[in-house]
Write a protein that binds this ligand. Structure first.
Ligand code: ATP
Ligand code: MG
Length: 374
């Protein structure tokens, strides 16, 4: 069983509809129930900001600050983390328009948000992700990259460096500055970063596929088969230096075409995650709403198990409205599965009775009008 990482305290100030709120957690799962609009998802969002990025709503930080607050917002958390006890503080100062948030770990300003991944890994599943299989490929790419990131924290840096290099190439092409050596330098950089990104995605999918295969018999959820498409398809077994050379050559050849299109047409930024419902041999996007949800839940929980196996530490799970639409038997099986992962899960719903099968494996909180109490 992987080591349990758990939140012991959470304090919010001027966060969404919370002027001030504090939670004392005892290491068990946390169930948050309350009416629509009470602040359950907001609380999940606050926890999600303990990982790099803009959290589970991908919100602009200015929107997070409570309407009517004098300053910015802050989140404080204490946890039993991957390297022992740790205190994390994050937020923004006085109502500033900002794209960066402050982050302090054990009282010291963190250099990058990536430092958070030394202490905890977070995975989430929210109702907003229900359309993942039918929606835009950019959402699936982001989902895919988050899965990679929770195993390989360097992935985020690679992706942002790639983006930056691609933007400078696009700019040169847009301005008609076809300086071959300058462009070749950028394209070489894009090739090494882009192939590394594609290989990291492929490696994660390989591991996840193997784990899904191993747990297929016992899982109450349908199993997903996973494929990457749209970039270096079917070539993953070739040496990476060859793939890099090919991609760099492809970029060099497509300068005029990309200049005409106003963007780079080939690359890891165009890849897509293709999911099939394995038992039904059906593309996920053509499955029923309930089947898609079951596939997604199965996928996220399989990934949580993978993260636990590989890092030795179970990730914290944020499962927003996960028990809705499930019958009693499936709910009980789901809770057993979640509990069996060995980590701390946060779960929400409108009705406490829905979580009764968790029994004393969870701590129950009521959320009402921006207040939370046990
Ligand atoms: N910046 C903000 N300042 C004040 N209130 C906000 C802010 N952002 C969102 N809210 C409010 O927070 C409230 C609670 O939202 P939240 O999504 O957490 O509800 P919920 O408990 O998850 O409800 P549901 O059961 O419908 O999902 C909403 O009424 C929303 O308008
Ligand atoms: Mg909600």
């Amino acid at each position: 069983m992987p080591h349990k990482v758990s939140l012991s305290r959470l304090k919010l100030t001027d966060f969404r509809n919370y002027a001030a709120a504090a939670l004392a957690l005892d290491g068990r799962h946390a169930v948050l129930t309350g009416d629509n609009g009470a602040g359950k998802t907001n609380l999940m969002e606050a926890v999600s900001l303990l990982s790099p990025g803009r959290g589970l709503r991908r919100a602009a930080y200015g929107d997070i600050t409570r309407v009517g607050a004098a300053g910015g917002f802050s989140i404080f958390a204490a946890l039993d983390g991957m390297e022992g006890d740790v205190e994390i503080g994050t937020g923004i100062e006085t109502g500033e328009e900002t794209t960066a948030r402050r982050l302090r770990i054990n009282g010291t300003t963190a250099k990058t948000a990536d430092e958070l991944t030394d202490h905890l890994r977070l995975l989430w599943l929210t109702p907003a992700m229900d359309g993942l299989f039918t929606g835009a490929s950019s959402d699936r790419r982001r989902f895919l990259d988050r899965l990679v990131l929770s195993l390989d924290p360097a992935h985020g840096r690679r992706a942002s460096d790639f983006e930056r290099a691609m933007r400078s190439r696009n700019k040169l092409l847009d301005e008609g500055r076809f300086d071959p050596s300058w462009l070749a330098g950028i394209e070489e950089q894009m090739a090494s970063l882009g192939i590394a990104m594609a290989l990291a995605r492929q490696e994660m999918l390989g591991l996840l596929t193997r784990l899904i295969e191993e747990t297929r018999e016992t899982s109450p959820f349908p199993s997903a088969s996973l494929q990457l498409s749209g970039f270096i398809d079917g070539q993953f077994s070739r040496p990476s230096v060859d793939l890099e050379d090919d991609y760099a050559a492809m970029l060099a050849e497509s300068r005029y075409r990309d200049a005409g299109a106003g963007r780079t047409l080939e690359g890891p930024h165009r890849a897509d995650l293709i999911v099939h419902h394995r038992e039904k041999a059906m593309e996920a996007e053509r499955c029923s709403t309930g089947e898609q949800k079951a596939l997604l839940v199965g996928l996220v929980l399989a990934h949580a198990r993978l993260v636990g196996n590989l890092t030795g530490h179970a990730p914290i799970l944020l499962l927003d409205e996960i028990a809705a639409h499930l019958d009693e038997g499936r709910r009980a099986a789901l809770f057993d599965l979640i509990d069996g992962l060995g980590g701390q899960a946060f779960m929400t719903g409108t009705d406490r009775a829905m979580f009764s099968a968790l029994g004393d494996r969870a701590q129950f909180f009521t959320v009402a009008d921006g207040r939370v109490f046990e």
